[in-house]
Design a binder for this molecule. Structure first.
Ligand SMILES: [Zn+2]
Length: 75
């Protein structure tokens, strides 16, 4: 699973990079124009492909993080 209803998948545009962010909100990796990025509607940040996939694996159907990191992301 590479996308679900919890994320808005888009291609990084110059406008996003200039006006919003040019790094992943999770791992702070650089985002380049043309990269596939995912807007996390739960935490209002852009994630790179690998971080989105990791979060997807931890999410339940309600976009809640389940598992060991209980509460950590939603404090
Ligand atoms: Zn990342």
């Amino acid at each position: 699973m590479t996308s679900n209803a919890c994320f808005v998948t888009q291609v990084a545009t110059e406008e996003i990079l200039l006006r919003v962010t040019n790094v992943c909100g999770e791992c702070y990796d650089d985002i380049a124009e043309g990269d596939i990025i995912h807007y996390d509607m739960q935490t209002y940040r852009y994630l790179c492909q690998s971080c989105q996939e990791k979060l997807c694996e931890q999410m339940n159907d309600e976009c809640e993080i389940v598992g060991e990191e209980e509460g950590g992301l939603f404090c």
